[in-house]
Write a protein that binds this ligand. Structure first.
Ligand SMILES: [Fe+2]
Ligand SMILES: [Fe+2]
Length: 378
C-alpha cells in the first residue's frame, strides 16, 4: 500500500471518529463506550483519572517551555487503611502477553471506580517491562478482581527487546520517557527488518523505506525524550540505548507474523492515534510533536502493508492463514484491552490520548475501512 492511499484511509477514519463516534463504535464488535479499563491500546495509553479518592486532572505546562507541573494523581493513595496487608484476592489470572501483565490484587487495594492513577500503576505493576501506560481492575469468571497492567504504546518493537525500569517523575513525563525508549527501540526494529528483507530479496524501494523509517525513529526518540524532560521525567534507564537479546535470523513467515501484528495493526493504529493526538493535545508542544510523528508513522504503517502484500505472495496458503489469524488476534487483543481500561485524564488532556470511548471509535473506523477489507483479501 502506498503512503497516499493509507493517508486517505486514516484521514477518513479520523473524520469518521470525530464526526459520529456512536455510529462507528457499533461497527467494531469489541468496541464499547463503557469505561472499564484502558487498553494498551497499545498505542494509546493512558491512565485513569478517577479512583476511590475522586477525580483528578492536571494543568498544562507553561508555554514558555519551562518545567511542566506535576501530574495530578501523584498524591493518591490506593486505599485507606489496609485491613490485612498480606491478603491477596484469589483470582484466576490470564497469561501475560507482550502488552499486558496480570497480577493479584491486595484485598485492600481495589479502588471503588476500578481505576488507578498512573502513579499507582507505577507502584503496582512490574517495573521490568518498562512504564505501564495504564492499569486497571479486571475480573475473572468467578468475579474475582485482579490487576491488568498495559505497556504498549506507539511504535514497532524489535524482537527480544530488553525491558527497562519505569521512569520516575510525573505521569506525563513517564509516558514520554517510555515512548522515547520504544521509539529508540523502533530504530533497531527497522534495521533488523531491512537486513532480513534484503537477505530474502525484497525490492530496493522497500529497503529504502525501511532505512528512512530508521532515521525517522531516531528523530522521534529525541523529540519524545525532550518532551519527557519537559514534563519532569527523571533521567534513568529509559534514556539509555535499548538492548535486544540475540535472536536467530527469522523465516519469512516469522517476519510476516511480526509485521502483521506490529505493523499492520499496531503501527497503523499508532499512526491514527498520533493524528488524533495532534488534534486533541492541550499542550501545544505535544500537538506539534505529534503532528510530525503522525506523518512519519503513517509512512511506517504503509511500509508494513507493503511488506504484508509482498510476503503474502511468497507464502503458502497455510502460512497466510496463520498470518491472518495473528492479525485478527492482535485486533481483538487491542479492542479487549481498550474496552477493559479507559485512558487517564491527565494523559487524555495534556497528551491528547483518546479516551476509552474515542479509542473504541477509532478502532471501529479502522476495522471498517482497512482491517476488515484486508482480512477479506488475505
Ligand atoms: Fe516512531
Ligand atoms: Fe514507527
Amino acid at each position: 500500500m502506498n503512503d497516499a492511499r493509507l493517508r486517505r484511509l486514516l484521514r477518513t477514519a479520523l473524520a469518521m471518529s470525530m464526526a459520529s463516534p456512536a455510529l462507528v463504535a457499533v461497527s467494531c464488535g469489541a468496541a464499547t463506550t463503557t469505561p472499564a479499563s484502558d487498553g494498551g491500546t497499545t498505542t494509546p495509553t493512558s491512565t485513569t483519572t478517577t479512583t476511590g479518592t475522586g477525580a483528578r486532572d492536571a494543568t498544562s505546562p507553561p508555554v514558555d517551555g519551562g518545567p511542566a507541573p506535576a501530574d495530578s494523581g501523584a498524591d493518591g493513595a490506593i486505599v485507606d487503611a489496609a485491613p490485612d496487608a498480606g491478603c491477596l484476592i484469589q483470582a484466576t489470572l490470564p497469561p501475560d502477553d507482550g502488552c499486558t501483565r496480570y497480577r493479584a490484587l491486595r484485598c485492600d487495594a481495589v479502588p471503588e471506580a476500578g481505576f488507578f492513577s498512573q502513579k499507582e500503576c507505577l507502584a503496582l505493576c512490574p517495573a521490568d517491562s518498562g512504564t505501564p501506560a495504564f492499569c486497571n481492575v479486571q475480573k475473572d469468571a468467578k468475579n474475582n478482581a485482579y490487576l491488568a497492567c498495559m505497556y504498549c504504546v506507539i511504535g514497532r518493537r524489535p524482537p527480544g527487546l530488553v525491558p527497562v525500569e519505569a521512569a520516575e517523575g510525573t505521569a506525563t513525563g513517564a509516558y514520554f520517557a517510555d515512548a522515547s525508549h520504544l521509539e529508540a527501540a523502533s530504530v533497531e526494529a527497522f534495521r533488523l527488518l531491512r537486513e532480513e528483507l534484503a537477505s530474502l530479496g525484497a525490492p530496493r524501494s522497500m529497503l529504502r523505506r525501511a532505512s528512512r523509517a530508521e532515521e525517522d525513529e531516531v528523530r522521534h526518540a529525541r523529540m519524545t525524550a525532550s518532551l519527557a524532560r519537559r514534563f519532569g521525567a527523571v533521567p534513568g534507564e529509559w534514556a539509555a540505548a535499548p538492548r535486544t537479546e540475540d535472536r536467530p535470523a527469522r523465516t519469512l513467515e516469522e517476519i510476516a507474523l511480526e509485521n502483521a501484528t506490529e505493523g499492520c495493526v499496531r503501527e497503523t493504529f499508532g499512526a491514527l492515534t498520533a493524528m488524533w493526538q495532534a488534534e486533541h493535545a492541550r499542550d501545544r508542544h505535544v500537538r506539534a510533536a505529534m503532528e510530525a510523528i503522525a506523518e512519519d508513522e503513517l509512512r511506517h504503517a504503509a511500509l508494513a502493508w507493503s511488506v504484508a502484500s509482498w510476503s503474502r505472495a511468497r507464502l503458502d496458503v497455510a502460512a497466510n492463514l496463520r498470518v491472518r489469524e495473528a492479525m485478527r488476534g492482535e485486533i481483538e487483543r487491542i479492542s479487549r484491552d481498550v474496552a477493559a481500561a479507559p485512558p487517564a485524564g491527565v494523559l487524555v488532556d495534556q497528551v491528547g490520548l483518546p479516551d476509552a470511548a474515542s479509542t473504541a471509535v477509532l478502532l471501529g473506523s479502522l476495522d471498517a475501512l482497512l482491517w476488515d477489507e484486508s482480512r477479506a483479501a488475505a
